[in-house]
Design a protein around this ligand. Structure first.
Ligand code: CP
Length: 327
């Protein structure tokens, strides 16, 4: 790992001995606290480079295949922007119905095809475990951009980077993070709870009864000695909260539409509710939002969800550089 005074970039060639060279990024379970320090150090430098020069040629000649079987605005476009800001190019496949997937091609065969043309593959897919299946078929690195209700590791990395950049890395230990909304189907909170368990945080879960955090995730977090508590109302925990992480109720994952109707709109963050919160805290959301945060709150300095999207660009630039041996 480079020291802080060294540049993490390699101007010429690939460093095949770099720790993340050629690796898949499938789960936050792959990362240690030291790894995160390294990723965020590179992401912070990427931020500086984008602010200073906009685009540079670190990944010139490299190609990313951006393969999305599910809708996406942020993840898909930020990976595209990340590759292009690093001087590389992108094969975009976001309408799989226009690809050979619509003729019945299997995921492993699609992956084997794309790696003939690309150096790295980003995959979003509706089935949990699909990223691992893709990685098994591929010789090139596969990055999980969301697999069903499983994980969304790059989102959790950018979420944690957001907390560091907004509140200060040195402040993370001792923080209270409150996750609100659809904790059952929201893959971003599954990944984030696991990742935050590397730090000495307290995690609160606030959700309707039918959308509680899965026991499997809570057990993994508990095994790290992290205090966790479940609530049904936000008022009980808002005044102590340093990071409020709001999620959308994921309509598309409900088997019974009546259940969705029962819980949609269960929590709405607005300026009135936020009077009970600290002044030095942030509100995050992976977005898209569909009513969980009132637009009237958007101008509050604590509303970090639009800045959070921008941090995603820098983290994804860092990850692409790492797996391609340039950081
Ligand atoms: N946060 C997130 O994953 O957004 P998209 O679905 O737009 O990619």
């Amino acid at each position: 790992m480079p020291t802080q005074s060294q540049s993490p970039y390699l101007p010429f060639g690939e460093n095949k001995t770099a720790p993340w060279y050629g690796k898949d990024i499938l789960s936050v379970k792959q990362f240690t606290r030291d790894d995160l320090g390294y990723v965020f150090g590179v992401a912070h430098e990427m931020r500086g480079m984008v602010e200073r020069v906009g685009t540079f040629d670190l990944l010139k000649g490299k190609i990313l295949a951006n393969l999305f079987y599910e809708p996406s605005t942020r993840t898909s476009s930020s990976f595209t922007a990340a590759m292009e800001r690093l001087g590389g190019s992108v094969i975009p496949i976001s309408e799989v119905k226009y690809s050979s997937v619509s003729k019945g091609e299997s995921l492993p065969d699609t992956i084997r095809t794309l790696e003939c043309y690309a150096d790295v593959i980003v995959l979003r897919h509706p089935e949990t475990g699909s990223a691992a299946i893709a990685a098994k078929a591929a010789k090139k690195p596969v990055i999980n951009a969301g697999d069903g209700v499983g994980e969304h590791p790059t989102q959790a990395l950018l979420d944690t980077f957001t907390i560091f950049e907004e509140l200060g890395e040195g402040q993370i230990d001792g923080m209270t993070v409150t996750m609100l909304g659809d904790l059952k189907y929201g893959r971003t909170v599954h990944s984030l709870a696991r990742l935050l368990s590397l730090y000495n945080v307290k995690i609160n879960y606030v959700s309707p009864e039918i959308l509680r955090m899965p026991q499997e995730v809570m057990d993994e977090v508990a095994a790290k000695g992290i205090p966790q508590a479940e609530y049904s109302t936000l008022a009980e925990v808002l005044p102590q909260t340093d990071v409020l992480y709001v999620t959308r109720v994921q309509k598309e994952r409900f088997e019974n539409p009546e259940d969705y109707e029962m819980v949609k709109g269960a929590y709405v963050i607005d300026p009135e509710i936020m009077k009970a919160a600290k002044q030095e805290m942030i509100v995050m959301h992976p977005l898209p939002r569909v009513g969980e945060i009132s637009p009237e709150f958007d101008d509050d300095p604590r509303a970090a969800y639009f800045r959070q999207m921008e941090y995603g660009l820098y983290v994804r630039m860092a990850l692409l550089a790492m797996v391609l041996g340039k950081a």
